[in-house]
Write a protein of this length. Structure first.
Length: 184
């Protein structure tokens, strides 16, 4: 079978509206683990640096109503540092739910996000103040596994002076384990 035919067949299987499940008004999404790699370009004062970081997230629980989402994680790593119980607010740009068993997968799920992160010194010795994230994320998941990519802008404030100490764009790719949606 030629590459052209495989591409057309793949396009029809993924994007044919006959196979799409109806989007639910309410949704609860759970993701146990995310792991990936990212690169960020940070500006700290007058110093610019590019560095790699591990995109790790544990215990993500997100509640949705129509296109609006609000989520909290047990742990998330960002380019400036690690955070316990960060929150994110998202807006769904495009979503294609697919049913399997009693659950739903998203093939794909594209959203805009705003996140608020902080660290309290328990995880690492680097204290930093609030970190804001503004970005876009594209994900897919089915039968409990998935993948995604994200591009975002981070801005971190000093915990004592509230001055911006580190900011810049970041991008990452990641895999997702034990992720599912409960639409109702």
């Amino acid at each position: 079978m030629s590459a052209m035919r495989i591409g057309v067949l793949l396009f029809l299987l993924l994007f044919c509206p006959v196979h799409a499940a109806a989007q639910k008004d309410f949704n609860i999404q759970f993701e146990l683990l995310r792991y990936g790699l990212g690169v960020s370009h940070n500006t700290i004062g007058f110093i610019e640096r590019t560095e790699f970081w591990g995109n790790v997230r544990v215990g993500d629980l997100t509640f949705s109503y129509k296109r609006f989402r609000l989520g909290v994680m047990l742990f998330d790593s960002t380019p400036p540092g690690n955070s316990i119980l960060p929150i994110e607010a998202d807006f769904t740009i495009y979503q294609r739910p697919r049913k399997y068993l009693w659950f739903q997968g998203m093939v794909p799920d594209v959203l805009a996000e705003v996140g608020y992160y902080w660290a309290n010194g328990i995880i690492d010795d680097n204290m930093f103040g609030p970190t804001w994230k503004l970005g876009f994320r594209g994900e897919l998941d089915y039968y409990g596994v998935g993948a995604g990519a994200e591009i975002a802008y981070f801005s971190t404030s000093d915990v004592n002076t509230s001055l911006v100490t580190e900011s810049g764009p970041a991008a990452s790719v990641y895999v997702r384990l034990l992720v599912t949606n409960f639409g109702f």
